[in-house]
Write a protein that binds this ligand. Structure first.
Ligand code: ZN
Length: 167
């Protein structure tokens, strides 16, 4: 079933999927299979994957700020809505202050796919999502931050958990 967030964007023409392209809030997107990201991770360093995620979020937030000049909490709501339809799973904010935050994803499809392709992992693997969350947290706090995934579905856990800290 289509998410209510996406459905609203489509009916109000804030999102369009046509042969000319995919636009969400007038920002161009592309679709790619998660399996490609999972395989790509084997060929690059964790740092590069995190950087890729960081740039994904950076493009979205910078575009929102430039295009709409809207208030911070609205940007954050739109960002969360977009993340939740991005195919990684639903993001839960466990806690958030101006110095640290904890995020959780219960049905993280990236980690599930990683585990089914490469077996149970000894360490968390969601560097891409760490990068996405790190960017969000930095934009929210206005300070440099770090992200560490503490438990991961690819390790056989029931969720992926991310700890963000101002550095
Ligand atoms: Zn994970």
């Amino acid at each position: 079933m289509i998410s209510s967030f996406l459905s609203k964007l489509l009916t109000t023409r804030q999102a369009s999927f046509t042969e000319k392209g995919i636009e969400i809030f007038e920002l161009n997107f592309s679709m790619q299979p998660l399996a490609a990201l999972v395989e790509f991770q084997k060929e690059v360093t964790p740092k590069k994957m995190e950087r890729f995620g960081y740039l994904m979020s950076d493009s979205v937030i910078n575009h929102f700020k430039k295009r709409f000049a809207i208030e911070e909490d609205k940007i954050s709501n739109l960002w969360t809505g977009l993340f939740n339809v991005s195919g990684f799973g639903k993001l839960h904010v466990v806690s958030m202050s101006d110095k640290e935050a904890t995020f959780e994803i219960k049905d993280n499809n990236f980690a599930k796919l990683y585990q089914s392709k490469y077996g149970e992992q000894k360490e968390p693997v969601c560097y891409l999502i760490c990068g996405i969350l790190k960017n969000l947290f930095e934009k929210t706090t206005g300070k440099k931050a770090s992200c560490k995934e503490t438990i991961c579905i690819a390790e056989g856990k029931t969720s992926c958990s991310f700890e963000l800290k101002v550095t």
